[in-house]
Design a protein around this ligand. Structure first.
Ligand SMILES: [Zn+2]
Length: 273
């Protein structure tokens, strides 16, 4: 799943490389991912220029001239590809936007669970789940406000983090990284966390995402559709040595989602050492 680091880099890349271009044409290859809410995407988009790209949590906003917006919620497997027309069109390509600089911006999505909304600025609150997002993980936030928002969520802390209501932009992979850095057992209940632990969680969330964003930025280049995860410390590294203590990293799968953590650095309640 693309999370804040990847989407942040994609946002900056498009602001640098694609903003100012006109969209000369669009083609929908997989209609199930497209929601033309305010007007028909293919008909209405022609000739509009891309004015700005922004991000909130795991949503990307591509502002177009005339108060139209393309809103992308990539969900599990969606992403954008900055392609040359001659580049092979993957089977997972769902929408193609032709840009006036000769490039193509393609929305790709293996499982087609993501959505591409075409909407006028005034209608943006009609987008499902957008209003459920908390402040973005890279926004300014205070520990006090963070604690206040957490109050409504007493359950397992990893689930609380990935839900996006307390902080937006964190998914399954980076939740593991943040909890590792904060030395918190992923299945610990939020209500059982001490103030110290909460403070570490608050600080690690921002720090881990900022660091990862810089790594991704350095390595992604034009390949904005790639998901770089090989530099992560614990996520999906079950059985490998913990980079902090050398103990084997544990990995469990629940509801098809992997959770990786170090039992020594992130002790659960039953483990005393
Ligand atoms: Zn460890």
């Amino acid at each position: 799943m693309p999370e804040a680091p990847e989407l942040e880099v994609v946002k900056d890349f498009l602001n640098e490389r694609a903003v100012g271009c006109k969209i000369t044409e669009a083609a929908i290859l997989k209609p199930s991912v497209v929601r033309s809410i305010s007007a028909d995407l293919v008909e209405d988009i022609k000739g509009r220029s891309l004015e700005r790209v922004s991000r909130r949590g795991k949503f990307l906003f591509l502002d177009l001239s005339g108060d139209r917006v393309i809103v992308i919620n990539p969900m599990l497997t969606g992403g954008l590809q900055y392609a040359e027309p001659k580049d092979r069109v993957y089977k997972r390509t769902c929408v193609i936007f032709n840009l006036s600089n000769g490039r193509e911006l393609r929305y790709v999505d293996d499982r087609q669970m993501g959505k591409v909304y075409y909407i006028s600025r005034d209608d943006i609150d009609k987008i499902p789940r957008l209003d459920e997002q908390g402040p973005d993980v890279l926004d300014d936030d205070s520990f006090e406000d963070f604690q206040l928002r957490l109050r409504s969520f007493p359950g397992e802390i990893k689930g609380v983090l990935t839900r996006g209501r307390v902080i937006a932009g964190i998914g399954n992979a980076y939740a593991d990284e943040i909890l590792f850095e904060a030395r918190i057992y992923p299945f610990k209940k939020r209500r059982a966390l001490s103030t110290d632990e909460l403070r570490r969680l608050f600080e690690s969330s921002r720090h881990v995402i900022e660091e990862a964003t810089e790594v991704v930025r350095e390595r992604m280049g034009d390949n904005i559709h790639l998901k770089l995860r090989d530099f992560l410390k614990v996520h999906n590294r079950g059985g490998e040595p913990c980079p902090r203590c050398g103990n084997n990293i544990s990995q469990v799968t629940a509801n098809k989602r992997i959770t990786s953590y170090c039992r020594k650095c992130q002790p659960g309640m039953l483990l005393r050492n």
